[in-house]
Design a protein around this ligand. Structure first.
Ligand SMILES: *[C@@H]1O[C@H](CO)[C@@H](O)[C@H](O)[C@H]1NC(C)=O
Ligand SMILES: *[C@@H]1O[C@H](CO)[C@@H](O)[C@H](O)[C@H]1NC(C)=O
Ligand SMILES: *[C@@H]1O[C@H](CO)[C@@H](O)[C@H](O)[C@H]1NC(C)=O
Ligand SMILES: *[C@@H]1O[C@H](CO)[C@@H](O)[C@H](O)[C@H]1NC(C)=O
Ligand SMILES: *[C@@H]1O[C@H](CO)[C@@H](O)[C@H](O)[C@H]1NC(C)=O
Ligand SMILES: *[C@@H]1O[C@H](CO)[C@@H](O)[C@H](O)[C@H]1NC(C)=O
Ligand SMILES: *[C@@H]1O[C@H](CO)[C@@H](O)[C@H](O)[C@H]1NC(C)=O
Ligand SMILES: *[C@@H]1O[C@H](CO)[C@@H](O)[C@H](O)[C@H]1NC(C)=O
Ligand SMILES: *[C@@H]1O[C@H](CO)[C@@H](O)[C@H](O)[C@H]1NC(C)=O
Length: 515
C-alpha cells in the first residue's frame, strides 16, 4: 500500500497464500517429488549431453550396434535409443580397386547398370553402396601368359614365363532404392568385377587375409593358385622353349575359359569333368581350333596341324582355371550359385587337389628345378602342398562366407560431452521439467480446492470476518467481486480514495486476481 506513495516507481506485489486444506498434500509432494526427480534425471542422463561426431568405419552394422552409449541392456540403453547414430552410403566410382570382406584378391569395378521397366539398360557411373550382401556369378577366367616384353625385368629374371589371371564376375545387389519396381530383377543394381591374381607380382603377392582354420576354402584356393601358377608357367616354358620365339623369351598368350554348359544349374559331375571349360586361346605359336581340354590335350598344333598348340599344358590349365574360378566364387561368398563351389565341399576339393602332392614333388625334383621350368621360384610351404584328404579329422570348416564389398563409411555416432557441461545441461533440463510438473500439479490442486468449498477463495485473514458474516453466495469462479464496494478489476482501479475506504480485510480476492 505504501508503494502507492511513489507512483513514478514500478510496483511489485506479493501473492497471498493459504495452506491447502488437505493433510495428504505434504507427503504427496515429498513422495511425488522424489519420484519425479528420479524419473526426470534418468531421462535426462540418458538423452542429454551427447554430441554426434563423425567417424569412419568399414563395418557400419557393428558401429551402429555399438553406438548406444549405454550398451544393449537396461532402461538407460532403451531411452538412449533416441540418440540416433547413422551411417551414409559410400560411392564406389568405376575403376576403383577393392576387396570383399573375405579379403582374398583385389577387384576392379568395371561397370554398373540397372534395368529399366522397358527392358533397356541404364548405365551408372558409380555404385552407391551401403554394406548390402552381394550375389555374384563368375563368368570367365582369363589367363594371360607374359614373356620378357610384357612383364617387369625382375619377374622375367625369376621366371621366363609369367602368368596373370583375371576373373570376370557379374554381381547384383539390392540397394533398396527401387522398392516399387515390377520385378526382382528390376529392383537390383548390377555391376561387373574383375578380380586379378599374379603370383609373381610383388605388389599383390598373397591373399590379403589368410587363415587356414577360419577361411579354409580360400586357403586351399590360394594353395592351388600358387602351385599351379608355377606348374602352368613351367609347362608352358617347357613346350614353347624349343621354338625360336621361346628361346627369345617372347611368350604371349591369351587363354579365355568360360563355362561350357548353358544349363542354369550344374552338378558335381559337371565341375569335376575336364569338359567344364570352353577354351578360347591365342598364343604366339597358334590359336586353339578346338575348345575343350580333352581335344586340346591331343593337339599337335605347332608343327603338325595348324591348330591346338602346346598339348601338355591343358591339364594344368584346367586345374588352374578351376582354382581361380572357385576361389573368386568363394571370395564373393557363393557356395552354390548355378554350380557347386569345388572349394566348399570336401569330395570336390579332394578331386580338385588330387595331383597337388605329385606336382609339388615334380617342381622340387632336381631335373625340373630352374631348368625345364625356366623358373627359380620355389613352392610356398606356408600354404598346403599336399592333396586334400577328406577323411582327416578334424575337418576344416570349408565353405564361403557371405561377402560384402569392403569400403569405408562415414558414420555419426553419439559421444559424451565433457562431464561439467553434461552436469549443467542435465540440471537445467531437470529444473525445466520439474517446474512444469509442479505447475501442473498446482493447477490441478488449485482447481480441486476451488471446487471443494467456497471458503477457498478467502485469504487467511479475511476468513474469520467472512465466516461471521456468512451471507451472500459465492460468485462465479474467477470473477470474485468486492461486495458493497467498487468492483476490484485491477491495480489501476484502486485509487487513493478506495484505499482509504476499503479496509484490507474486506477485500476477498483470490490469489489469481492479484498476481
Ligand atoms: C548390415 O545391415 C544390412 C541392413 O540391415 C543388412 O542387409 C546386411 O546384411 C548387414 N551386413 C552385415 C555385414 O551384417
Ligand atoms: C542370386 O542371383 C541368382 C540369379 O542371378 C538367383 O537365382 C539367386 O536366387 C540369387 N541369390 C540370392 C541369395 O539372392
Ligand atoms: C584364424 O582365425 C581364428 C578364428 O578367428 C583365430 O583364432 C586365429 O588366430 C586365426 N589365425 C591366424 C593365423 O590369423
Ligand atoms: C544350350 O546349348 C544347346 C547346345 O549346346 C542349345 O541347343 C540350347 O538351346 C542352349 N540352351 C539355352 C538355354 O541357351
Ligand atoms: C577340333 O579341331 C579340328 C580342326 O579345326 C576340327 O576338325 C574338329 O572338328 C574339332 N573338334 C571339335 C570337337 O571341335
Ligand atoms: C595327375 O597326375 C597323374 C600322375 O600322377 C597324371 O597322369 C595326370 O595327368 C595328372 N593330371 C593333371 C590334371 O595334372
Ligand atoms: C575327379 O572327378 C572326375 C570326373 O568326375 C573323375 O574322372 C576323377 O576320377 C575324379 N578324381 C578323383 C581323385 O576323385
Ligand atoms: C637341364 O637341361 C639340359 C638341357 O636340356 C640338360 O642337359 C641338363 O641335364 C638339365 N639339368 C638338370 C639338372 O636336369
Ligand atoms: C466477500 O466478502 C463479503 C464479506 O466478507 C461477503 O459478504 C461476500 O459474499 C464475499 N464475496 C464473495 C464473492 O466471496
Amino acid at each position: 500500500m505504501r508503494a502507492t506513495k511513489f507512483p513514478a516507481l514500478p510496483r511489485f506485489s506479493y501473492t497471498i497464500t493459504r495452506d491447502y486444506p488437505y493433510a495428504w498434500v505434504t507427503p504427496a509432494v515429498i513422495l511425488g517429488g522424489i519420484v519425479a526427480i528420479t524419473f526426470v534425471t534418468i531421462i535426462n542422463v540418458a538423452t542429454i549431453g551427447f554430441d554426434l561426431v563423425a567417424t569412419s568405419t568399414n563395418n557400419p552394422n557393428q558401429t551402429l550396434h555399438d553406438a548406444n552409449p549405454y550398451g544393449h541392456h537396461g532402461l538407460l540403453s532403451l531411452l538412449a535409443r533416441g540418440v540416433k547414430a547413422s551411417c551414409t552410403a559410400t560411392t564406389l566410382p568405376i575403376n576403383i580397386q577393392m576387396f570383399t570382406t573375405n579379403y582374398a584378391i583385389p577387384y576392379t569395378l568395371s561397370s554398373v547398370w540397372r534395368e529399366n521397366e522397358d527392358n533397356t539398360q541404364e548405365n551408372l557411373g558409380s555404385l552407391v553402396y551401403m554394406n548390402q550382401p552381394i550375389n555374384c556369378t563368375v563368368t570367365e577366367v582369363i589367363i594371360q601368359v607374359l614373356g620378357k616384353y610384357t612383364q617387369t625385368p625382375i619377374l622375367t629374371a625369376r621366371s621366363r614365363v609369367g602368368l596373370l589371371l583375371k576373373t570376370h564376375a557379374t554381381c547384383s545387389v539390392d540397394l533398396g532404392n527401387r522398392p516399387s519396381a515390377s520385378s526382382v530383377a528390376k529392383r537390383l543394381t548390377y555391376f561387373n568385377l574383375i578380380g586379378s591374381y599374379n603370383l609373381l607380382d610383388e605388389t599383390i603377392p598373397h591373399f590379403l587375409l589368410r587363415n587356414e582354420t577360419d577361411k579354409a576354402s580360400l586357403f586351399w584356393g590360394e594353395s592351388l593358385l600358387s602351385v599351379y601358377s608355377l606348374i602352368t608357367a613351367g609347362a608352358y616354358h617347357e613346350e614353347a622353349s624349343v621354338f625360336s620365339w621361346g628361346q627369345d623369351g617372347t611368350y604371349n598368350a591369351y587363354i579365355g575359359l568360360t563355362r561350357q554348359s548353358n544349363a542354369t544349374t550344374g552338378s558335381a559331375e559337371e565341375v569335376t569333368s575336364d569338359e567344364f571349360f570352353h577354351v578360347q586361346c591365342f598364343t604366339e605359336a597358334n590359336y586353339c581350333g578346338n575348345h575343350t581340354i580333352p581335344w586340346l590335350s591331343q593337339g599337335k598344333g605347332v608343327d603338325g596341324h595348324a591348330f591346338d598348340p602346346y598339348a601338355s599344358i591343358w591339364g594344368t590349365i584346367d586345374i588352374l582355371g578351376k582354382a581361380m574360378w572357385f576361389t573368386v566364387m568363394t571370395d564373393l561368398g557363393q557356395n552354390d550359385n548355378a554350380i557347386p563351389n569345388m572349394l566348399a565341399y570336401p569330395d570336390l576339393l579332394a578331386n580338385l587337389t588330387r595331383n597337388l602332392t605329385t606336382v609339388v614333388q615334380y617342381w622340387e625334383s632336381p631335373e625340373a628345378t630352374g631348368n625345364i621350368t625356366g623358373s627359380t621360384i620355389g613352392i610356398d610351404h606356408t600354404l598346403s602342398t599336399k592333396s586334400f584328404d577328406p577323411s582327416t579329422a578334424p575337418q576344416p570348416a570349408l565353405g564361403a562366407e557371405p561377402a560384402f564389398l569392403s569400403t569405408d563409411y562415414i558414420c555419426q555416432v553419439p559421444r559424451s560431452k565433457s562431464p561439467g557441461i553434461r552436469l549443467l545441461l542435465i540440471l537445467m533440463s531437470d529444473i525445466v521439467f520439474l517446474q512444469t510438473i509442479w505447475s501442473i500439479f498446482k493447477l490441478i490442486l488449485d482447481y480441486k480446492v476451488g471446487r471443494d468449498g467456497h471458503n477457498s477463495r478467502h485469504c487467511e485473514g479475511c476468513l474469520e470476518t467472512h465466516i461471521q458474516e456468512s451471507a451472500a453466495p459465492v460468485g462465479p469462479a474467477g470473477a470474485t467481486t468486492i461486495t458493497n464496494r467498487k468492483p476490484y478489476i485491477g491495480r489501476k482501479s484502486i485509487d487513493e480514495s478506495d484505499v482509504e475506504m476499503v479496509s484490507y480485510e474486506q477485500i476477498n480476492v483470490t490469489e489469481r486476481h492479484v498476481s
